[in-house]
Write a protein that binds this ligand. Structure first.
Ligand code: NAD
Ligand code: MG
Length: 381
């Protein structure tokens, strides 16, 4: 179990909740990182007194250095500073950075032998093979924070071997546009896309939920985490976000994890595994929840899911490419530069930007990421 903890991306939606869990559990927080939110990380430094902290944005880092000069926390800057925090040697490094910026820090933490509590799904989408190999080599655990993957992980406790698993079933809330037609999606606004029915999250993942790219990314994440073929991972829309995902065994028994939609449950489980502790999250009242519904996703309207499935099946650099196209398109949509339905188009276009390779390195992943982002901007803006 975790005693010392580093939180990368501590100022974000997951990061803030992770620190809430850390405080309740009495973990020693040894490192914190942020991109630019100096006000929030300053407050966190004063509360948790970490040994080191880093801010990716150089200017914001200089500001923070001055602000916390009276504390014992050493402040670092830039992507290198974030990586150094990942190398702090904590029992667990919780990575809640958004996007591919989380990949190098994940690898740095693995190299140092820290267990990883992973929220940053883009790490596994872009660098799945490299990350899983590194973790295996170092004997470190990658514990899922993503609610669906935590649910699967919990439903797999007691599983006697992979040959007993028939398939994984990921649940999807469907986001704000479930049941809508392509015509409707043509003109949706950023404001509409940011209204998630069940979860309050960072802007990027909220848009990913609206396009359902999030479920595609999660399919790839699950394939790597649990060593499954994409064909053995199904998706079912469950509007209430109470059943967080399921495992079907060979005897057709299905085991699921349920709970109110609150990320503090999966965060806490990743940090206390294999034990469970009392949590501040409210009890699930099934009679109050009353109705749990399950439906097939509309794969034509929400085409990103199939693009991700295809990318994982084709392998190599294709997952890194679809991730990069999505990150760029998601950002362009949030900045009002492209329309909502340009996002799935950009993700599909990414397949033409890369060649199939039999072996790839971390440098190839970063190069693909750069190239696809550039191409996405060229094609859609
Ligand atoms: P967020 O936008 O609220 O927070 C992101 C964090 O990353 C912030 O602390 C920010 O400072 C940091 N960051 C951003 N860019 C960075 C960079 N270039 N270098 C270093 N740090 C940087 O996002 P979030 O909703 O907390 O999501 C974080 C990750 O967790 C994402 O990968 C997301 O898919 C995943 N996730 C989130 C939720 C959720 O409920 N929010 C659930 C499951 C998975
Ligand atoms: Mg999720």
């Amino acid at each position: 179990m975790t005693k010392t903890l580093a939180v990368l991306g501590s100022t974000g939606s997951i990061g803030v909740q992770a620190l809430e869990v850390a405080e309740l559990m009495g973990f020693e927080v040894v490192a914190l990182t942020a991109n630019s939110r100096v006000d929030i990380i300053e407050e966190q430094i004063r509360k948790f007194s970490p040994r080191i902290a880093a801010v990716a944005d150089e200017k914001a880092a200089s500001e923070l250095k001055i602000k916390v000069a009276d504390t014992s926390t050493k402040v670092l800057s830039g992507a290198r500073g974030v990586e150094e925090c990942a190398r702090c040697g904590a029992d667990t490094v919780l990575n809640s950075i958004v996007g591919i910026a989380g990949l190098a820090p994940t690898l740095a933490a693995i190299e140092c032998g820290s267990n990883i509590a992973l929220a940053n799904k883009e790490t596994l989408v872009a660098g799945g093979k490299i990350v899983m190999n590194a973790a295996e080599e170092k004997g470190v655990a990658i514990l899922p924070v993503d609610s669906e993957h935590s649910a699967i992980f919990q439903s797999l406790q007691g599983c006697r071997g992979k040959n007993q698993i028939k398939r994984l079933i990921l649940t999807a809330s469907g986001g704000p546009f479930f049941g809508k037609s392509r015509d409707y999606l043509e003109t949706v606004t950023l404001e509409q896309a940011l209204k998630h029915p069940n979860w309050s999250m960072g802007a990027k993942i909220t848009i990913d939920s609206a396009t359902m790219m999030n479920k595609g990314l999660e399919l790839i994440e699950a394939a790597w985490l649990f060593g499954m073929k994409a064909a053995d991972i199904d998706i079912v829309v469950h509007r209430q976000s109470i059943v967080h995902s399921l495992v079907e065994y060979v005897d057709n028994s299905v085991i699921a994890q349920l709970g109110l939609p609150d990320m503090r449950i999966p965060i806490q489980y990743a940090l206390t595994y294999p034990d469970r502790f009392v949590s501040p999250v409210s009890q699930l009242d099934l009679a109050k929840a009353a109705t749990l519904t399950f439906e097939k996703p509309d794969y034509e309207t929400f085409a990103c899911i199939n693009h991700c499935r295809r990318a994982f099946e084709e392998g190599g650099l294709y997952p890194a490419a679809v991730n990069a196209a999505n990150e760029k398109a998601n950002e362009l949509f949030r900045n009002g530069k492209i329309r909502f339905l340009d996002i799935p188009k950009a993700v599909e276009a990414a397949f033409d930007c890369v060649k199939s390779v039999s072996h790839h390195t971390l440098e190839d992943v970063f190069e693909t990421d750069k190239l696809v982002r550039k191409e996405t901007e060229r094609l859609f803006v």
